[in-house]
Every structure is written in C-alpha cells, then in structure tokens.
Design a protein around this ligand. Structure first.
Ligand code: V47
Ligand code: SF4
Length: 373
C-alpha cells in the first residue's frame, strides 16, 4: 500500500518516481540517479526506499557479533589529515604492544563467548607480514575458534611489500598464518584528486581495490568503508560506491559496507566540522539503495552513538557491529559519541528490540549464533 502511495504521490518528480519504481521492482539504480537521491529526495522517501531494500534482504533481522579490538600500534608512516590517532616513534602518546602483550589481550577473553578479534592499527615502519603473521599463528594456538579479521588494505600493502613478496603470495601466507578476513578500512574516498588532498601518501585507490580483489580470490572475504562528511561531493560518494559495486559484481566476497562519518576532534581537518545526523541517515539510505549487491550495511555504533544507530535501522542498516569489550581508540580520539565504546550483549539486544527489530547474534560471516525474541 505504502509503495503504491509513494509512486502515486503527485508531488514526486518523474525522475524520483522512476527511481522508486526501479527500487520496488528490485532493479539497479545508476550513478546519476544516486546523485539525484542525495540532492533532491526527502528523508521520508529515502527511508521508505532503503527500508524496502533492507526488509527484502533481511526482514526485521538485525545483526551484531561478540568481538573485541586490538590496536597493536598507533605508530604510522603516513599522515592522513583526518587521523587523530597517528604518532611517530618516540612521540608522546605513541604506543606499540609487544607480541606477548597482544597475546595477553587475547587470553583475557578465555572462556568468554567471543567469536571475533578485529586487529587494526598504524603502518609501523619496522613490521612486516611475518612479524604479524606469527602473532596470528599464536592467537590461533590460544583460541583456534576465534575468527581473525585483521589489517586494512593499507597495512597489508606495506607489510607485504616489506616482506618482498607479491600480493597473492603475501595474502596467501597471511591466510596460512591464520588470517580469516579483512576489515574495510583504508578506503577513505576513491576519487584520486580528493584522496591526494586528504591522505596523499597512503596506498592508492587502485591498490586498495586490487588488494581486496586478490583477497577475495585467495579466499579471504572482506568489508568496505567510505569516509564521508568532510569535503567530498555527492558525486564523489557515488563514484566510491560505484567502484565497490563493480568489484562486488566480479567477486561477490564483500560482506558489509560501512559508512564512517568523519569526526573532527584532534586532527588537522577540524575546521571543516561534522555533518548532521540527518545527513548520516540520508547517506545510509542512499548507500543501501545503490549497493544492491552488498548483503549488509553496518551502522558502526561506537562512531554514531546508540540513538542514531537505532534510527539508522529504519534507513537501511541491518548490522550494528559488536559488543566491543575492549576500547577502540580510532574514534574516541577523533571525538566519537561514545568515548568508552562498550556495550554488553544484553544492552545491544535491548537497543535493537527497542527499535522494533529482531536481534540476531552472528559470527563474522553472518552465520546465526543466536536469535533473540
Ligand atoms: O580507514 C580514521 C577511519 C578507519 C577518522 O570492517 C576515521 O568491520 C572518522 O575501517 N573520523 C579504520 N573515521 C576503521 C575501520 C572499521 C571500523 C569498524 C568496522 C570495520 C569492519 C572497519 O577509520 C580508517 C578511517 O577511514 N578514521 N580517522 C576520523 N577522524
Ligand atoms: Fe596511518 Fe591509518 Fe592514521 Fe592514515 S588513518 S595516518 S594510515 S593510522
């Protein structure tokens, strides 16, 4: 009923009506149509379309997992302008955990029903893939069942080059050491000009895409992110998603798209400020509508806060990430809503139930661990 009403709405421009028809017929929208949605569509219209896509894929099912983060170091050779986290060796505030300290963090979860460890950090100049690979190997000895999701494409690029092996060899070696999948970070924004402006030195767009394509080919699924809400245009957001949609058409091994809202504290782009919650919701919705071949859309709650996460469940989001016992510092240092990002499983379940959705505890690959009613 709602669908017919939307299409019959006389206030709707023909172009928006055509988009609505496509979405309700499960047809793909093109890049111009996605830009038009950003520019012209009302929030309610976007919500109905995105919610339709979400409900077609997942109904009310809303996923979370039990995970913890390890950030081995914030020492990094690069200087991304949006980064609040990076330090140089011996600079105040720099940290690097030893191998033993990292393993101790894993041991802290002995006996706890955690299914995933998420490991990301800075690109340390002295560490290659064998250094990190051996840590993964030791983690698997302590906890063979734990899924290791580790290292952004930017970290992988450096550690593989440092070990002087090809991408295919490096990724295969890491897989053999114990790597199970790759997180979505380091994508930032693919437009080459803009990438030059905000993170000139880090791995190029083509390399990011090549690493994920190769990872998929050697059997490592991955996620993808976008850093939005800074100086990018709508066209550049759509271009970013289009490159991901094309890659996903070839491999089908991306699980989740995660829009990351630029946070402004303690970095050299602070003067730009931040976009509104309204813009966050619009962005989730257009992402859900455009990325028809991505199974999941993640609203990363430590970044946007709990109430926006609940709202986002009506704008295409079906996944809220995990019950992060350990704190991730990437966002708290950049001024995210939640400076101590921890939620118990009960609290996360409650958050989803209060938004009238069904909480599903999942593993990293979206197999159901437990359904909550
Ligand atoms: O690539 C850095 C972002 C990313 C800021 O795959 C910032 O499940 C906002 O990719 N404001 C790393 N964002 C984290 C990441 C991630 C997070 C959660 C889940 C998954 C997953 C992946 O953090 C970086 C960068 O885009 N970031 N600084 C900032 N000031
Ligand atoms: Fe280094 Fe990542 Fe920060 Fe860029 S965003 S400076 S690559 S830690």
């Amino acid at each position: 009923m709602q669908i017919q009403n939307i299409i019959a709405d006389s206030d709707l421009t023909p172009a928006l009506r055509k988009i609505a028809e496509k979405v309700f017929e499960s047809k793909r929208i093109d890049t111009d149509e996605a830009v038009l949605l950003y520019r012209e569509a009302e929030l309610g219209f976007l919500g109905i379309l995105a919610n339709h896509v979400r409900n077609t894929k997942h109904g009310d099912r809303t996923y979370f997992n039990r995970n913890f983060h390890i950030e081995p170091t914030n020492i990094c050779i690069y200087n991304c302008k949006f980064c609040s986290y990076v330090r140089k060796i011996n600079e105040e505030g720099a940290w690097e955990y030893s191998q033993e300290q990292i393993l101790d963090k894993v041991r802290e979860y002995d006996g706890k029903a955690i299914t995933e460890v998420h490991i990301v950090g800075g690109v340390h100049p002295h560490r290659d893939l064998h250094y990190y690979g051996k840590i993964l190997q030791e983690i698997k000895k302590i906890r063979p069942d734990l899924h290791i999701k580790a290292f952004t494409a930017v970290e992988l690029d450096f550690m593989i080059r440092k070990a002087k092996v090809s991408l295919e060899e490096g990724l295969t070696m890491l897989k053999n050491y114990g790597l199970d999948s790759i997180p979505g970070g380091g994508a930032e924004i693919f437009d080459e000009e803009l990438r030059k402006e905000i993170c000139d030195e880090k791995s190029s767009t083509n390399l990011w895409l090549e690493i994920h394509e190769m990872a998929h080919r050697v059997g490592l699924p991955s996620n993808a992110t976008i850093l939005y809400g800074h100086i990018e245009s709508y066209e550049q957001r759509v271009d970013h998603m289009n490159r991901l949609r094309q890659l996903q058409d070839r491999t089908g091994k991306f699980n989740t798209f995660i829009p990351l809202k630029y946070r402004k504290e303690n970095n050299s782009m602070s003067h730009i400020g931040e976009v509104s919650t309204l813009e966050d919701l619009r962005n989730y919705a257009v992402s859900r509508i455009f990325l028809d071949n991505f199974p999941h859309l993640k609203g990363y709650w430590p970044m946007i806060g709990k109430s926006t996460t609940q709202l986002a469940l009506s704008f295409g989001v079906d996944d809220v990430d995990g019950t992060i016992d350990d704190s991730t510092k990437i966002y708290s240092m950049a001024g995210a809503e939640d400076s101590t990002p921890t939620l118990t499983t009960d609290a996360l379940v409650e958050l989803i139930l209060k938004a009238n959705r069904i909480p599903i505890e999942r593993d990293t690959l979206y197999n159901t661990v437990k359904e909550y009613h």
